[in-house]
Design a binder for this molecule. Structure first.
Ligand SMILES: [Zn+2]
Length: 323
């Protein structure tokens, strides 16, 4: 990438916008249009991270590092310069494309009774929930045409992972949940791998901005767990898409005073509980109040509600949960 292309990239990705997309929040303005906030690069307890949106530069008085958006991407994602450029280019092009793909899949959902039936069988029973989670369906064979018509190149679709090398839609016969910069596809059929993501990060905690302010947050493993818990009226729920939290998800849980109700699967082999315990330990070390919720043996939140559990019983489980 030459000098000109680098300048263009930096212009197209304002540092402040990139920081905010990675959950940075300014604590206060400090004059000349500059902001101060907690540093996302080190364990910072008082705002020492200075951002100047006019110059597109940052500097941290704590860890004494600073630079432009590329330097920030290097430090934040812990990658070298070329990988940082790659991540930024992806970030620049991906968001609008993934958004359009999600819209296309949402339009398809109600045209396919098999998809609606599958959702019903997994406990998704209200239109309000479908709208809230922006759930869609990928029947296969319709996305490429739709996005091409909107002016996206085949190469862009290929790069985003939405279309295979052979030119087919990557997601086929899958329920699709839009994530932050990605799409999770759950196959209807047991014959293929059940879980699928686009290449790239799975993003932060699911719909984190909606629960960030809650003093108590319920954390579940899967989106179908999220769905039934939310549907039962517990809107302070979020999801980590697996028991292994990425660095960004972990930081989100630690970014303020709160109690986290860890509600991972009670697998019969104990792997869910082990993951929960190790996460609880790491969170406690960061000063987060963690409570372990014990589901009946062999259950996850989804099966708990599907097999007759109700909001009242779930509330009881939260109340008797122990640190
Ligand atoms: Zn710092």
């Amino acid at each position: 990438m030459n000098r000109h292309a680098l300048d263009e990239l930096k212009q197209q990705i304002p540092l402040l916008k990139y920081l905010q997309a990675h959950d940075w929040r300014q604590a206060r303005p400090i004059g000349f249009g500059r902001f101060l906030g907690v540093c996302p690069l080190h364990a910072d307890h008082q705002p020492s991270f200075l951002v100047d949106p006019n110059k597109n530069l940052f500097y941290c008085y704590g860890c004494r590092r600073g630079g432009d958006v590329i330097r920030f991407a290097e430090l934040y994602h812990q990658v070298k310069f070329p990988q940082a450029l790659e991540l930024l280019c992806q970030w620049r092009g991906l968001a609008p494309l993934v958004h359009e793909a999600a819209n296309c899949y949402r339009m398809q959902l109600h045209r396919h009774p098999e998809a609606v039936a599958y959702l019903f069988q997994r406990g998704v029973r209200s239109l309000e929930l479908v709208e809230h989670m922006r759930i869609g369906y990928a029947p296969g064979g319709c996305l490429r045409g739709w996005l091409t018509q909107l002016g996206y190149s085949r190469q862009a679709l290929r790069q985003a992972g939405l279309v295979t090398a052979a030119g087919y839609d990557t997601y086929s016969h899958r329920i699709v949940f839009p994530l932050d910069g990605n799409l999770y596809g759950r196959s209807l059929s047991a014959a293929v791998s059940p879980h699928r993501f686009l290449p790239g990060a799975k993003g932060g905690l699911y719909l984190w901005d909606q629960v960030q302010q809650c003093p108590q947050v319920i954390l579940v493993e899967g989106l179908f767990d999220y769905a039934v818990v939310w549907q039962a009226g517990f809107h302070n729920v979020t999801c980590s898409l697996g028991t292994n939290l990425n660095a960004r998800q972990f930081r989100q849980l630690c970014d303020g005073p709160r109690t986290v109700y860890l509600t991972f699967d009670a697998d019969s082999n104990g792997s869910g509980q082990q993951a929960a315990q190790s996460l609880a330990r790491r969170l406690s070390e960061q000063g987060v109040n963690v409570v372990m919720v014990t589901l009946p043996n062999g259950h996850d939140p989804n099966s708990f509600f599907l097999q007759g559990g109700d909001a009242h019983q779930f509330q009881k489980l939260l109340e008797v949960a122990h640190p």
